[in-house]
Design a protein around this ligand. Structure first.
Ligand SMILES: [Zn+2]
Ligand SMILES: [Zn+2]
Length: 437
Protein backbone atom coordinates (compact mmCIF):
# COMPACT_ATOMS: atom_id res chain seq x y z
CA UNK A 1 0.00 0.00 0.00
CA UNK A 2 1.46 3.33 -1.00
CA UNK A 3 0.47 5.85 1.63
CA UNK A 4 2.44 9.02 1.49
CA UNK A 5 2.34 11.12 4.61
CA UNK A 6 2.78 14.66 3.29
CA UNK A 7 6.09 16.15 4.35
CA UNK A 8 7.12 13.10 6.40
CA UNK A 9 7.99 10.38 3.94
CA UNK A 10 9.92 12.45 1.40
CA UNK A 11 13.64 11.82 1.28
CA UNK A 12 14.29 15.07 -0.55
CA UNK A 13 16.91 17.33 1.13
CA UNK A 14 15.34 20.22 3.06
CA UNK A 15 17.90 22.92 2.25
CA UNK A 16 18.60 24.30 -1.22
CA UNK A 17 22.01 23.43 -2.69
CA UNK A 18 24.80 25.88 -1.84
CA UNK A 19 25.48 26.41 -5.53
CA UNK A 20 24.59 25.08 -8.99
CA UNK A 21 21.42 23.27 -10.03
CA UNK A 22 20.29 20.26 -8.03
CA UNK A 23 18.20 17.51 -9.59
CA UNK A 24 16.66 14.54 -7.83
CA UNK A 25 14.61 11.77 -9.44
CA UNK A 26 11.74 10.66 -7.22
CA UNK A 27 11.15 8.14 -10.00
CA UNK A 28 11.95 7.74 -13.69
CA UNK A 29 15.73 8.10 -13.26
CA UNK A 30 16.84 4.55 -13.96
CA UNK A 31 13.51 3.18 -15.19
CA UNK A 32 11.01 3.91 -17.98
CA UNK A 33 7.98 5.93 -16.88
CA UNK A 34 7.08 6.65 -13.25
CA UNK A 35 8.63 10.09 -13.69
CA UNK A 36 9.09 12.79 -11.05
CA UNK A 37 12.16 15.05 -11.12
CA UNK A 38 12.75 17.87 -8.63
CA UNK A 39 14.95 20.75 -9.81
CA UNK A 40 16.22 23.40 -7.39
CA UNK A 41 18.84 26.13 -7.41
CA UNK A 42 20.74 27.88 -4.59
CA UNK A 43 18.08 30.59 -4.31
CA UNK A 44 15.50 27.92 -3.46
CA UNK A 45 13.58 28.15 -6.75
CA UNK A 46 12.11 24.67 -6.94
CA UNK A 47 10.11 22.90 -9.63
CA UNK A 48 8.80 19.38 -10.19
CA UNK A 49 8.84 17.93 -13.69
CA UNK A 50 6.06 15.36 -14.16
CA UNK A 51 4.55 13.17 -11.46
CA UNK A 52 3.42 9.86 -12.89
CA UNK A 53 3.17 6.23 -12.04
CA UNK A 54 4.12 3.07 -13.91
CA UNK A 55 0.94 1.16 -14.84
CA UNK A 56 2.58 -2.25 -14.41
CA UNK A 57 0.88 -4.89 -12.27
CA UNK A 58 1.34 -4.07 -9.48
CA UNK A 59 1.99 -0.43 -10.43
CA UNK A 60 5.12 1.45 -9.36
CA UNK A 61 4.96 4.92 -7.86
CA UNK A 62 7.61 7.61 -7.52
CA UNK A 63 8.82 8.55 -4.02
CA UNK A 64 6.85 11.20 -2.18
CA UNK A 65 7.38 14.68 -3.59
CA UNK A 66 8.58 17.39 -1.20
CA UNK A 67 6.56 20.60 -1.08
CA UNK A 68 6.50 22.12 -4.58
CA UNK A 69 4.44 25.16 -5.52
CA UNK A 70 4.71 24.42 -9.24
CA UNK A 71 4.93 21.31 -11.41
CA UNK A 72 5.29 21.14 -15.17
CA UNK A 73 3.48 18.19 -16.75
CA UNK A 74 5.06 17.38 -20.10
CA UNK A 75 2.19 15.31 -21.51
CA UNK A 76 -0.91 13.32 -20.74
CA UNK A 77 0.43 9.75 -20.54
CA UNK A 78 -0.24 8.19 -17.14
CA UNK A 79 3.44 7.55 -16.44
CA UNK A 80 3.93 11.34 -16.46
CA UNK A 81 0.83 12.64 -14.69
CA UNK A 82 -0.71 9.72 -12.78
CA UNK A 83 0.25 11.04 -9.34
CA UNK A 84 -0.54 14.72 -9.94
CA UNK A 85 -3.87 14.55 -8.04
CA UNK A 86 -1.95 13.62 -4.89
CA UNK A 87 0.33 16.61 -5.43
CA UNK A 88 -2.50 19.08 -5.84
CA UNK A 89 -4.49 17.72 -2.91
CA UNK A 90 -1.54 17.68 -0.52
CA UNK A 91 0.68 20.57 -1.63
CA UNK A 92 -1.81 22.77 -3.50
CA UNK A 93 0.65 22.62 -6.39
CA UNK A 94 -0.08 24.56 -9.57
CA UNK A 95 0.16 22.33 -12.68
CA UNK A 96 1.62 23.82 -15.84
CA UNK A 97 1.16 22.28 -19.27
CA UNK A 98 -0.46 22.75 -22.63
CA UNK A 99 -4.23 23.18 -22.87
CA UNK A 100 -4.61 19.80 -24.59
CA UNK A 101 -2.64 18.01 -21.86
CA UNK A 102 -4.88 19.67 -19.26
CA UNK A 103 -8.07 18.65 -21.02
CA UNK A 104 -6.88 15.04 -21.55
CA UNK A 105 -5.80 14.76 -17.90
CA UNK A 106 -9.39 14.39 -16.66
CA UNK A 107 -9.98 11.25 -18.75
CA UNK A 108 -6.54 9.79 -17.96
CA UNK A 109 -7.00 10.20 -14.19
CA UNK A 110 -10.53 8.81 -14.23
CA UNK A 111 -9.41 5.81 -16.26
CA UNK A 112 -6.47 5.26 -13.89
CA UNK A 113 -8.86 5.41 -10.93
CA UNK A 114 -11.22 2.94 -12.60
CA UNK A 115 -8.46 0.46 -13.43
CA UNK A 116 -7.09 0.71 -9.89
CA UNK A 117 -10.50 -0.18 -8.45
CA UNK A 118 -11.03 -3.08 -10.87
CA UNK A 119 -7.57 -4.49 -10.30
CA UNK A 120 -7.66 -3.58 -6.61
CA UNK A 121 -4.34 -1.82 -6.48
CA UNK A 122 -3.82 1.05 -4.09
CA UNK A 123 -3.75 4.65 -5.24
CA UNK A 124 -2.51 7.42 -2.95
CA UNK A 125 -5.27 9.75 -4.18
CA UNK A 126 -9.01 9.70 -4.26
CA UNK A 127 -11.65 10.58 -6.85
CA UNK A 128 -12.20 13.98 -5.16
CA UNK A 129 -8.53 14.82 -5.71
CA UNK A 130 -9.16 14.71 -9.47
CA UNK A 131 -11.35 17.81 -9.14
CA UNK A 132 -8.68 19.58 -7.10
CA UNK A 133 -6.11 18.74 -9.77
CA UNK A 134 -8.38 19.87 -12.61
CA UNK A 135 -8.65 23.27 -10.92
CA UNK A 136 -4.88 23.45 -10.50
CA UNK A 137 -4.03 23.76 -14.19
CA UNK A 138 -2.39 26.86 -15.58
CA UNK A 139 -2.06 26.30 -19.31
CA UNK A 140 0.54 27.72 -21.70
CA UNK A 141 0.94 27.99 -25.44
CA UNK A 142 4.15 26.69 -26.98
CA UNK A 143 6.97 29.28 -27.03
CA UNK A 144 5.21 31.65 -24.61
CA UNK A 145 7.53 32.21 -21.65
CA UNK A 146 6.46 32.73 -18.04
CA UNK A 147 8.43 33.47 -14.88
CA UNK A 148 8.78 31.36 -11.76
CA UNK A 149 11.05 32.87 -9.09
CA UNK A 150 14.24 33.83 -10.91
CA UNK A 151 13.61 31.29 -13.70
CA UNK A 152 11.97 31.81 -17.06
CA UNK A 153 10.14 28.77 -18.39
CA UNK A 154 8.67 27.92 -21.75
CA UNK A 155 7.13 24.88 -23.42
CA UNK A 156 8.27 23.65 -26.83
CA UNK A 157 6.66 20.99 -29.06
CA UNK A 158 8.04 17.52 -28.22
CA UNK A 159 6.51 15.43 -31.03
CA UNK A 160 5.43 12.12 -29.36
CA UNK A 161 1.68 12.84 -28.94
CA UNK A 162 -0.45 15.95 -29.45
CA UNK A 163 0.04 18.45 -26.64
CA UNK A 164 3.36 16.91 -25.53
CA UNK A 165 5.90 19.52 -24.50
CA UNK A 166 9.58 19.87 -23.77
CA UNK A 167 10.43 22.33 -21.00
CA UNK A 168 13.06 25.01 -21.52
CA UNK A 169 14.34 26.83 -18.41
CA UNK A 170 16.57 29.88 -18.19
CA UNK A 171 18.05 30.18 -14.68
CA UNK A 172 20.36 33.04 -13.64
CA UNK A 173 23.36 30.80 -14.38
CA UNK A 174 22.37 28.26 -17.05
CA UNK A 175 19.83 27.09 -19.61
CA UNK A 176 18.17 23.70 -19.25
CA UNK A 177 16.06 21.63 -21.66
CA UNK A 178 14.00 18.65 -20.47
CA UNK A 179 12.58 16.58 -23.32
CA UNK A 180 9.81 14.65 -21.57
CA UNK A 181 8.87 11.85 -23.97
CA UNK A 182 9.93 13.15 -27.36
CA UNK A 183 10.55 12.25 -30.97
CA UNK A 184 12.32 14.29 -33.63
CA UNK A 185 10.54 12.35 -36.41
CA UNK A 186 7.13 13.39 -37.70
CA UNK A 187 4.16 11.10 -36.99
CA UNK A 188 0.74 11.32 -38.66
CA UNK A 189 -0.46 13.42 -35.69
CA UNK A 190 2.47 15.67 -34.81
CA UNK A 191 5.65 17.19 -36.20
CA UNK A 192 9.00 16.16 -34.74
CA UNK A 193 10.70 18.07 -31.92
CA UNK A 194 13.28 20.70 -32.86
CA UNK A 195 16.56 21.08 -30.95
CA UNK A 196 17.32 24.31 -29.08
CA UNK A 197 20.58 25.41 -27.49
CA UNK A 198 20.87 24.44 -23.81
CA UNK A 199 23.72 24.05 -21.31
CA UNK A 200 22.05 21.08 -19.67
CA UNK A 201 19.88 18.57 -21.52
CA UNK A 202 17.68 16.04 -19.74
CA UNK A 203 16.83 13.47 -22.41
CA UNK A 204 14.57 10.42 -22.26
CA UNK A 205 16.51 7.28 -23.16
CA UNK A 206 13.73 4.75 -23.72
CA UNK A 207 15.23 3.63 -27.04
CA UNK A 208 18.91 3.77 -26.10
CA UNK A 209 20.79 1.10 -28.06
CA UNK A 210 17.93 0.56 -30.50
CA UNK A 211 17.27 2.22 -33.82
CA UNK A 212 13.86 2.34 -35.43
CA UNK A 213 13.40 0.79 -38.87
CA UNK A 214 12.93 3.46 -41.56
CA UNK A 215 9.40 4.77 -41.07
CA UNK A 216 8.33 4.40 -44.71
CA UNK A 217 9.43 0.72 -44.77
CA UNK A 218 7.50 -0.06 -41.61
CA UNK A 219 4.37 1.66 -42.90
CA UNK A 220 4.58 -0.30 -46.16
CA UNK A 221 5.01 -3.61 -44.31
CA UNK A 222 1.95 -2.73 -42.19
CA UNK A 223 -0.23 -1.66 -45.11
CA UNK A 224 0.67 -4.77 -47.16
CA UNK A 225 0.00 -7.04 -44.18
CA UNK A 226 -3.42 -5.47 -43.50
CA UNK A 227 -4.40 -5.77 -47.16
CA UNK A 228 -3.38 -9.43 -47.34
CA UNK A 229 -5.56 -10.38 -44.32
CA UNK A 230 -8.47 -8.52 -45.88
CA UNK A 231 -7.83 -10.25 -49.24
CA UNK A 232 -8.18 -13.67 -47.64
CA UNK A 233 -11.48 -12.58 -46.05
CA UNK A 234 -10.26 -11.91 -42.52
CA UNK A 235 -10.61 -9.06 -40.05
CA UNK A 236 -7.53 -7.38 -38.56
CA UNK A 237 -7.81 -6.53 -34.88
CA UNK A 238 -5.42 -3.72 -33.93
CA UNK A 239 -5.15 -3.24 -30.17
CA UNK A 240 -3.91 0.34 -29.73
CA UNK A 241 -3.32 2.76 -26.88
CA UNK A 242 -5.99 5.43 -26.63
CA UNK A 243 -3.84 8.52 -26.45
CA UNK A 244 -1.88 8.94 -29.69
CA UNK A 245 -1.54 5.47 -31.19
CA UNK A 246 -5.23 4.89 -32.03
CA UNK A 247 -5.37 8.13 -34.04
CA UNK A 248 -1.96 7.58 -35.70
CA UNK A 249 -3.10 4.13 -36.89
CA UNK A 250 -6.47 5.38 -38.18
CA UNK A 251 -4.74 8.21 -40.06
CA UNK A 252 -2.32 5.73 -41.69
CA UNK A 253 -5.18 3.47 -42.76
CA UNK A 254 -7.12 6.43 -44.13
CA UNK A 255 -4.12 7.67 -46.10
CA UNK A 256 -3.04 4.31 -47.54
CA UNK A 257 -6.11 2.06 -47.54
CA UNK A 258 -9.10 4.39 -47.96
CA UNK A 259 -11.17 1.63 -49.59
CA UNK A 260 -11.24 -0.46 -46.40
CA UNK A 261 -14.01 -0.62 -43.82
CA UNK A 262 -12.33 0.52 -40.59
CA UNK A 263 -14.12 0.63 -37.22
CA UNK A 264 -12.78 2.36 -34.12
CA UNK A 265 -13.75 1.61 -30.53
CA UNK A 266 -12.49 2.46 -27.02
CA UNK A 267 -11.22 5.53 -25.23
CA UNK A 268 -9.27 6.69 -28.31
CA UNK A 269 -12.55 8.10 -29.67
CA UNK A 270 -12.82 10.65 -26.87
CA UNK A 271 -9.11 11.46 -27.15
CA UNK A 272 -9.55 12.20 -30.86
CA UNK A 273 -12.43 14.57 -30.14
CA UNK A 274 -10.27 16.57 -27.73
CA UNK A 275 -7.32 16.56 -30.13
CA UNK A 276 -9.56 18.10 -32.79
CA UNK A 277 -10.54 20.88 -30.38
CA UNK A 278 -6.85 21.78 -30.15
CA UNK A 279 -5.92 21.28 -33.75
CA UNK A 280 -3.26 24.01 -33.79
CA UNK A 281 -0.95 21.53 -32.00
CA UNK A 282 -1.49 18.90 -34.69
CA UNK A 283 0.75 18.53 -37.72
CA UNK A 284 -2.32 18.67 -39.94
CA UNK A 285 -5.60 19.02 -38.08
CA UNK A 286 -7.67 18.64 -41.26
CA UNK A 287 -6.11 15.24 -41.93
CA UNK A 288 -7.19 13.95 -38.51
CA UNK A 289 -10.69 15.35 -39.00
CA UNK A 290 -11.00 13.70 -42.43
CA UNK A 291 -9.71 10.37 -41.15
CA UNK A 292 -12.05 10.56 -38.20
CA UNK A 293 -15.08 11.22 -40.36
CA UNK A 294 -14.04 8.38 -42.63
CA UNK A 295 -13.73 5.62 -40.02
CA UNK A 296 -16.80 4.21 -38.29
CA UNK A 297 -16.90 5.02 -34.60
CA UNK A 298 -18.46 2.26 -32.55
CA UNK A 299 -21.08 3.79 -30.28
CA UNK A 300 -23.49 1.02 -29.31
CA UNK A 301 -23.78 -2.69 -28.76
CA UNK A 302 -25.17 -3.16 -32.28
CA UNK A 303 -22.25 -1.12 -33.69
CA UNK A 304 -19.94 -3.56 -31.89
CA UNK A 305 -21.60 -6.53 -33.58
CA UNK A 306 -21.36 -4.82 -36.97
CA UNK A 307 -17.67 -4.16 -36.38
CA UNK A 308 -17.07 -7.92 -36.23
CA UNK A 309 -17.55 -7.94 -40.02
CA UNK A 310 -15.22 -4.98 -40.62
CA UNK A 311 -11.90 -5.16 -42.46
CA UNK A 312 -10.09 -3.58 -39.54
CA UNK A 313 -10.96 -2.83 -35.88
CA UNK A 314 -8.74 -0.38 -34.00
CA UNK A 315 -9.40 -0.34 -30.27
CA UNK A 316 -8.12 -0.17 -26.69
CA UNK A 317 -6.66 -1.72 -24.68
CA UNK A 318 -3.33 -1.72 -26.49
CA UNK A 319 -1.99 -4.72 -24.55
CA UNK A 320 -5.13 -6.90 -24.58
CA UNK A 321 -5.75 -6.13 -20.94
CA UNK A 322 -9.51 -5.69 -20.78
CA UNK A 323 -11.39 -3.06 -22.76
CA UNK A 324 -13.17 -3.67 -26.09
CA UNK A 325 -10.08 -5.33 -27.61
CA UNK A 326 -10.70 -8.45 -25.50
CA UNK A 327 -14.40 -8.47 -26.37
CA UNK A 328 -13.52 -8.47 -30.08
CA UNK A 329 -10.71 -11.00 -29.72
CA UNK A 330 -13.03 -13.39 -27.89
CA UNK A 331 -15.26 -13.49 -30.99
CA UNK A 332 -12.67 -13.14 -33.76
CA UNK A 333 -10.56 -16.00 -32.37
CA UNK A 334 -12.90 -18.63 -33.88
CA UNK A 335 -11.94 -17.80 -37.50
CA UNK A 336 -8.31 -18.35 -38.37
CA UNK A 337 -8.55 -15.96 -41.32
CA UNK A 338 -8.52 -13.15 -38.75
CA UNK A 339 -5.30 -11.66 -37.37
CA UNK A 340 -4.03 -9.46 -34.57
CA UNK A 341 -1.58 -6.65 -35.36
CA UNK A 342 0.22 -5.06 -32.44
CA UNK A 343 1.41 -1.51 -32.90
CA UNK A 344 2.99 -0.97 -29.51
CA UNK A 345 5.16 -2.50 -26.85
CA UNK A 346 3.61 -5.47 -24.98
CA UNK A 347 4.74 -5.39 -21.35
CA UNK A 348 5.47 -8.50 -19.30
CA UNK A 349 2.46 -10.18 -17.67
CA UNK A 350 -0.04 -8.63 -20.10
CA UNK A 351 -2.53 -10.46 -22.29
CA UNK A 352 -0.73 -9.24 -25.40
CA UNK A 353 2.63 -10.66 -24.31
CA UNK A 354 1.08 -13.97 -23.26
CA UNK A 355 -0.69 -14.30 -26.62
CA UNK A 356 2.52 -13.55 -28.52
CA UNK A 357 4.61 -16.02 -26.49
CA UNK A 358 2.16 -18.86 -25.83
CA UNK A 359 -0.79 -18.39 -28.18
CA UNK A 360 -3.07 -18.12 -25.18
CA UNK A 361 -4.20 -15.46 -22.75
CA UNK A 362 -6.72 -14.75 -20.05
CA UNK A 363 -10.08 -13.70 -21.43
CA UNK A 364 -12.44 -12.68 -18.64
CA UNK A 365 -10.48 -14.80 -16.23
CA UNK A 366 -10.36 -17.93 -18.41
CA UNK A 367 -7.08 -19.07 -19.95
CA UNK A 368 -8.05 -19.25 -23.64
CA UNK A 369 -6.23 -20.55 -26.72
CA UNK A 370 -6.23 -18.03 -29.56
CA UNK A 371 -5.04 -19.72 -32.76
CA UNK A 372 -4.74 -16.49 -34.77
CA UNK A 373 -1.71 -15.17 -36.61
CA UNK A 374 -0.22 -12.00 -35.18
CA UNK A 375 2.37 -9.46 -36.22
CA UNK A 376 4.04 -6.56 -34.50
CA UNK A 377 4.87 -3.18 -36.02
CA UNK A 378 7.09 -0.46 -34.68
CA UNK A 379 5.10 2.76 -34.62
CA UNK A 380 6.90 4.17 -31.61
CA UNK A 381 6.88 7.93 -31.17
CA UNK A 382 9.95 7.98 -28.93
CA UNK A 383 13.26 9.09 -30.42
CA UNK A 384 15.49 6.12 -31.33
CA UNK A 385 19.17 5.86 -30.37
CA UNK A 386 20.51 7.87 -33.28
CA UNK A 387 17.85 10.59 -32.96
CA UNK A 388 18.80 11.04 -29.29
CA UNK A 389 22.50 11.37 -30.06
CA UNK A 390 21.85 13.79 -32.95
CA UNK A 391 19.49 15.86 -30.83
CA UNK A 392 22.00 16.26 -27.97
CA UNK A 393 24.64 17.39 -30.44
CA UNK A 394 22.29 19.89 -32.08
CA UNK A 395 21.39 21.32 -28.64
CA UNK A 396 25.15 21.82 -28.04
CA UNK A 397 24.55 20.55 -24.52
CA UNK A 398 27.56 20.52 -22.20
CA UNK A 399 25.77 18.20 -19.77
CA UNK A 400 23.38 15.43 -20.79
CA UNK A 401 21.28 13.66 -18.16
CA UNK A 402 19.82 10.39 -19.50
CA UNK A 403 16.64 9.48 -17.63
CA UNK A 404 13.38 7.56 -18.40
CA UNK A 405 15.51 4.59 -19.46
CA UNK A 406 16.36 1.01 -18.69
CA UNK A 407 19.67 1.43 -16.88
CA UNK A 408 21.13 -1.99 -17.69
CA UNK A 409 20.42 -2.33 -21.44
CA UNK A 410 19.28 0.95 -22.99
CA UNK A 411 21.38 3.52 -21.18
CA UNK A 412 24.94 2.09 -21.47
CA UNK A 413 25.15 2.27 -25.31
CA UNK A 414 23.73 5.81 -25.21
CA UNK A 415 26.31 6.89 -22.65
CA UNK A 416 29.10 5.56 -24.88
CA UNK A 417 27.93 7.52 -27.92
CA UNK A 418 27.07 10.70 -26.00
CA UNK A 419 30.46 10.76 -24.28
CA UNK A 420 32.18 10.13 -27.60
CA UNK A 421 30.37 13.21 -28.91
CA UNK A 422 31.93 15.27 -26.10
CA UNK A 423 29.02 15.64 -23.65
CA UNK A 424 29.41 15.22 -19.90
CA UNK A 425 26.89 12.44 -19.28
CA UNK A 426 24.94 11.89 -16.06
CA UNK A 427 23.17 8.64 -15.17
CA UNK A 428 20.72 9.36 -12.35
CA UNK A 429 19.51 6.75 -9.89
CA UNK A 430 16.17 7.29 -8.19
CA UNK A 431 16.40 8.84 -4.73
CA UNK A 432 19.85 10.39 -5.16
CA UNK A 433 20.53 14.14 -5.44
CA UNK A 434 23.01 15.44 -8.01
CA UNK A 435 24.37 18.95 -8.55
CA UNK A 436 25.35 20.40 -11.89
CA UNK A 437 27.60 23.45 -11.54
ZN1 LIG B 1 6.98 8.11 -20.72
ZN1 LIG C 1 4.50 9.33 -23.30
Amino acid sequence: MVLYSPGRTSTYPEEPPSSGLRFHCLGGGNEVGNVGIVLEDSEGTRLLLDYGLAPTSPPRYPAEAPYVGHAVITHSHIDHLGMAPWLCANHQTTLHGTALTASLSDMMWRDCYKVSSIERYPLAWDKRDIDTALNAWETHEFNEPWDMGSWTLKLLPAGHIPGAAMLHITTPTQTVLLTGDFDTRDSPLVSGAQPIKADVLFVEGTYGGRNHPPKEDEIKRFIDAVQSVVDRGGTVLIPAFANGRTQDVVMLLHRHLPHLDVHVDGMGKRVARLQQEHHHVLRDGDELTKAWKWCKRVGSKSDKKKALNADVIVTTSGMLEGGPSLWYLNRLRHDEQNAVFFTGYQARDTGGRSFMEHGRLNIYGNPTDVPLKWEQFSFSTHAGHQEIVDFARACEAKHVVVYHTDASHARPPLVVDLEAAGHVVHQPENGVSYIIE
